[in-house]
Design a protein around this ligand. Structure first.
Ligand SMILES: NC(=O)c1ccc[n+]([C@@H]2O[C@H](COP(=O)([O-])OP(=O)(O)OC[C@H]3O[C@@H](n4cnc5c(N)ncnc54)[C@H](O)[C@@H]3O)[C@@H](O)[C@H]2O)c1
Length: 253
């Protein structure tokens, strides 16, 4: 008997998270849309109206450990077993190393690494009991390359990639897979806020495909990693969905 797939998506009300929620729902699975931003949650609820009760919405700050523990418990009690987790909630700031305060660094680590970790721990405990589950962390190419201005953000995404490997190894024999996606530049509200014209020109000069990616292109990779039928023997990996950015050396004209 196959169980109903239910995917918990943090940052699910915007950008990459929202595109993943849409892909999950279009596949006929259920989605729990989790976000701290009330307005985005309301907008996504309206945009996803056609999926009815297949979509659930929860307001949650993933950096609040006690709230996360309660929310996961409540979610399973109300909607049943969570079979997939996407950690897409994240914050980014573009600040040179010499101007980055410890406070800013801590805030970014708190959300991107520790928040994603606590959610993963709480959900993975339950997945391990049932011996099935897939966790996908949305990292970044900035966690793999030394991109200027990303000392805190890049370190947080590098931390997510290492967390992916450690949890994948620890949970492999318990039936839970943990992978990461490292997107290159993707057109989302977060990017529209952070990327100036100069930053955009720099990316376009260094991405071999010479374009930004679409949120739906990250969603396709996420769906593949969530689906045990297609990716059941893949764990601990980071897939770069980046138009060739991390592969590139000299680019020619
Ligand atoms: N867009 C890109 O180019 C790009 C590239 C690489 C990696 N990423 C990563 O992809 C993920 C999604 O980014 P996006 O571009 O879709 O951004 P986005 O701002 O459109 O969406 C992020 C969502 O996360 C939510 N969020 C932030 N902090 C939260 C918290 N503490 N608790 C709950 N929700 C919170 C926000 O409210 C927002 O709705 C992020 O982790 C980002 O670092 C994005």
């Amino acid at each position: 008997m196959s169980i109903q797939e239910t995917v918990f998506v943090t940052g699910g009300a915007s950008g990459i998270g929202l595109a993943i929620v849409e892909a999950v729902l279009e596949k006929g699975w259920r989605a729990v849309v989790v976000d701290r931003d009330e307005r985005s949650l309301l907008q996504s609820r309206a945009a996803l109206e056609q999926f009815g009760a297949q979509a659930h919405f929860m307001q949650l700050d993933i950096a609040d450990e006690a709230a996360v523990v309660q929310a996961v418990e409540r979610c399973e009690a109300e909607f049943g077993p969570i079979t997939g987790l996407i950690n897409s909630a994240g914050i980014a700031r573009d600040v040179p190393s010499l101007e980055t305060s410890a406070d800013l660094f801590r805030r970014i680590l708190d959300v991107n690494v520790i928040g994603s970790f606590v959610i993963s721990r709480e959900i993975a405990k339950r997945m391990c009991e049932r011996h099935i589950g897939s966790i996908v962390n949305i990292a970044s190419v900035s966690g793999i390359r030394g991109n200027v201005g990303r000392v805190a953000y890049g370190a947080s995404k590098g931390g997510m990639i290492t967390m992916t490997q450690v949890m994948a190894v620890e949970l492999a024999s318990l039936g839970v897979r943990v992978n990461a996606i490292a997107p290159g530049p993707i057109e989302t509200p977060l990017v529209r806020e952070v990327h100036t014209d100069q930053i955009r020109a720099e990316w376009l000069a260094r991405v071999p495909q010479r374009r930004y990616g679409k949120p739906s292109e990250i969603a396709s990779a996420a769906l593949f990693l969530l689906d045990h039928v297609h990716s059941g023997f893949i764990t601990g990996q980071t897939i770069c969905v980046d138009g060739g950015f991390t592969a590139a050396g000299l680019l020619g004209q």
